[in-house]
Design a protein around this ligand. Structure first.
Ligand SMILES: [Zn+2]
Length: 385
């Protein structure tokens, strides 16, 4: 069995902050995390990270594209490129996320995910896919194309899942059949998520009672908080166990809103996401179409040319974590669960992923504590960056 030692690590894991630590990896698993002296005998690889942060590899449950590719492109290369970009961010698992498009296009995306899995997932891993739409509220499309919006149909989810497992679906719970749809999703092992929704609190509750516990990009494309109808933003604050995704680029939510969310909500139920588009990892001025709508990247912001709606982000996971740490001052050992472990728990992988601890899979990111750039990434114990 291969043996790797990472030394001089500043380990940050949920409720753990240890400097000068040594991590011993055997095969795919973490064998030891210790501040005691460790013999390097028998180790094939010894990496001195010189005091840099070593965190659980990030898990991004909501990301569409990067490096000019989108998961919904009918292009086999798209998932490979997205996974390569994600690995560069320190993301070791992610759910490639679809847009509101036709059933045929969704099936092609799932087939491309399958091809990446069959190739052995050489970059970041994909435990499944996230369908963002098409079962959303046509009045809350944001950058999703209203022409492809349809009513919730579990049969369509089943068809796609036969090709590659669907792990999450963002849909509007107030739509016809929306409450039952939550139950049907859970039966299939899919996380139903409230998103692109115009629901009132009372319209969310039937789906919540049926098990819905996730909110897609909290605050964006959902009913705002009003003092006579608290909407979905109010629901996110009122109901503790709703797992709220947050785009932490300081654009989709202003810094004060990020502070409000991260200081008032239970951190066990907050998840940093990127919602990155094909323009992620690209330069300003890059223009493209999304579900038939034109988008342009300016000052790092991706907006629809017509109307100026935000159309997703260019955020990197590590920078999301840094942004929240900067604006809230919350210690990293408390925040780090929002970039990995919370997501792992919800995907049923909480005993394997999301911690730098004995017995956990050695999915690790090494970050420079000054620049927050990724220095190294380990996936299943193998150094891939
Ligand atoms: Zn999205």
């Amino acid at each position: 069995m291969s043996k790797t030692i990472i030394k001089n690590a500043h380990v940050i894991s949920p409720d753990v902050d240890i400097e000068n630590a040594t991590i011993v990896i055997e095969g795919k698993k973490i064998k030891t995390v210790t501040t005691k002296k460790v013999s390097e005998k028998g180790a094939q690889t010894v990496v001195d990270v010189k005091g840099q942060y070593v965190m659980p590899g990030f898990i991004d449950v909501h990301t569409h594209g990067a490096l000019t590719y989108d998961f919904c492109d009918a292009d086999e290369q798209a998932v490979f490129k997205l996974a390569e970009a994600k690995l560069q961010e320190g993301v070791t698992s992610f759910l490639p996320t679809t847009l509101t498009v036709s059933t045929e296009e969704l099936k092609v995306a799932a087939q491309n995910a399958k091809k990446y899995a069959e190739a052995g997932m050489p970059y970041s891993k994909i435990p499944g896919i996230h369908l963002e739409g098409p079962f959303i509220n046509v009045k809350c499309c944001g950058a999703q194309n209203p022409a492809f919006v349809r009513k919730p149909a579990i049969s369509e989810v089943k068809e796609i899942s036969k090709i590659y497992p669907v792990k999450m679906i963002s849909y509007a719970p107030e739509t016809e059949g929306g409450a039952k749809f939550a139950k049907d999703c859970i039966k299939m092992g899919v996380v139903p998520s409230c998103g692109h929704t115009g629901a009132k609190l009372s319209e969310l509750m039937p789906a919540y009672k049926n098990g819905l516990r996730h909110m897609t990009h909290f605050c964006n494309q959902m009913t705002p908080l009003h003092h006579r109808e608290i909407g979905m933003v109010g629901a996110g604050f009122l109901i503790e166990d709703l797992n709220t995704e947050v785009i932490c680029d300081k654009i989709h939510l202003c810094p004060d809103m990020l502070r409000l969310v991260f200081t008032r909500r239970n951190l066990a139920h907050v998840q940093v996401i990127t919602d990155s588009l094909r323009c992620s990892h690209c330069k300003d001025g890059y223009a493209f179409t999304m579900g038939g709508l034109e988008v342009k990247l300016e000052n790092g912001e991706a907006r629809l040319v017509k109307g100026g709606n935000l159309a997703g982000s260019t955020l990197w996971m590590g920078i999301g974590l840094k942004n929240v740490h900067d604006v809230t001052g919350i210690p990293l050992k408390s925040l780090v669960r929002t970039t990995s472990w919370n997501q792992a728990i919800e995907l049923g992988l909480g005993d394997e992923l999301g911690k730098v601890e004995k017995g956990y899979t050695a999915d690790l990111v090494v970050l420079n504590p000054r620049s927050w750039k990724t220095s190294a990434v380990f996936v299943d114990g193998e150094q891939r960056i």
